[in-house]
Design a protein around this ligand. Sequence first.
Ligand code: SF4
Length: 428
Amino acid sequence: MTAFHLVTLGCKVNQCEAEALAQAWEERGFRRTDDPAEAETALVSLCAVTARAVRDGRQIVRRMGREFPNCKLVVTGCAAETFPEEFRDLPGVVRVVGQKSKAELADGPEDRVALNDRQAWLPLHTYHRARAVLRVQDGCSHGCSFCIVPRTRGESRSRPPAEVLAEARRLLDAGFHELVVSGINLSHYGRGGGFGDFWDLMELLETELADAWAGKARLRLSSLEPGQLDGKALRYLASSKLACPHLHLSLQSGSPLVLARMRRAHYHPDEIIDFCAELAQAWPVFGLGADLLVGFPGETQSEFERTMALAERLPLTYAHVFPYSRRPGTIAAGMEATATPSEAKSRAKALRRLTEAKRKAFLERCATLDRVDIIVQDEEGRGVSEHYASCRLQSGFRSAAARSLVRARPLGSSQGVLLAAPIGEPVS
Ligand code: SF4
């Protein structure tokens, strides 16, 4: 039986697709191995979101070619779509399949006839992590000036609601207590599909699943566009019995001028503050994360300070702060930089300091709660709460299996982690 090894970098969607391909290969009789030394083939799914991600991908492929000369490397993902020539000639690489043709790989490592579009939504039966990804959308039709994604993944495509529901049921029946509803741009869900928007999809999942699963399993929304946060969103979030009290927003900047240069002028930062204030009435405690980009071409010190002010005013509980990195082939690549690399770095540092202080304060607040519900991620008792706080189970923890849902009493926080003691047995 041909053995293969899986390597994945990048976002949840990329990981989920690679996992679905690996499961398709297993169904076709290939054997998966964690040890690349015994693999005849490796499926290497790479990311292109930053220059660094591409560089990391190249290093991984080079290292695998050097250390495992008998292993044939099949390279795919966003980096393979954007820079195929950078991978084709590396030692060990037998095939480079761009993101848009990735579904062709479902047949196995060999080059065969392309599958049709429908099969691009490869079904998942299980997942390799404690929290399963439920993929509902791919691609993006927007075109932010800094982003390479529309080139790598193409126009937005939505998975039909009935397929999403069937996959959710499969994963819940397989024992997952948390599904992470994911896409590249969830605000584009349903466009041109004739089946409603993202919030309609979430309402459908609520109607179909809440009676059987509320209290036993939960849905977490992955990154949302601020423009999606409307009255419909508020109604769903405030009433859902399945949604985790946690949002992650693609905010990028607090300056309307910078957002306009990013081609993201479809929301005003103040609207997000108002939305969070309303949401707090339904969710007294909630996690709020954000992606923030600093040092974008043209960003002045005072525009950066608007991002600092927004981060200060929002009830952020963590943030991913990125200094701008130029991506060839994007509109922003032709824009003139204003901040020097060291200025961009020091802006990122200041913003990280602020958001890190907020993260610590949030953990301290979580420590005062009566209870948190933790998805256990490993045998050491590490896991994540409904608010997306990193947790660790303490006294009385008897090695609950990864994926378990454990109710726990917070004890305090230490080194960026909420410590908690289990209450009773894991939820089944
Ligand atoms: S919304 Fe903008 S940043 Fe997000 S994937 Fe689309 S183009 Fe890229």
